[in-house]
Design a protein. Structure first.
Length: 95
């Protein structure tokens, strides 16, 4: 199988592709890369956080750890404010 790196625009299309890879790809390495890239995009563009929460409960410990790291990255990114906004980029609640 041949993989090629490309730039996908608009971000919604990239998010859809990454979510599909996360949910359906048999390789944990590909799924982890999808999680990492969703977290990167999530710092600048809204993403579905539920998919990250679900991945954190994956039976594969590598996937669940990568999901927790992705969630943590988003939380930390939400604390860095830009001069244009004093609001967090991501708001999360835990029950």
């Amino acid at each position: 199988m041949h993989w090629e790196i490309c730039i996908v625009n608009p971000p919604e299309r990239a998010i859809t592709i990454l979510e599909r890879l996360l949910l359906q790809h048999p390789s944990s390495s590909v799924r982890i890369a999808a999680l990492q890239n969703l977290a990167r995009i999530g710092q600048y563009h809204p993403i579905n956080l539920q998919i990250l929460y679900d991945a954190a409960e994956d039976p594969d410990p590598n996937i669940s750890i990568a999901a927790l790291v992705a969630i943590t990255d988003l939380v930390l990114a939400s604390f860095s404010t830009s001069p244009m906004s004093d609001q967090p980029k991501v708001q999360m609640t835990f029950n």
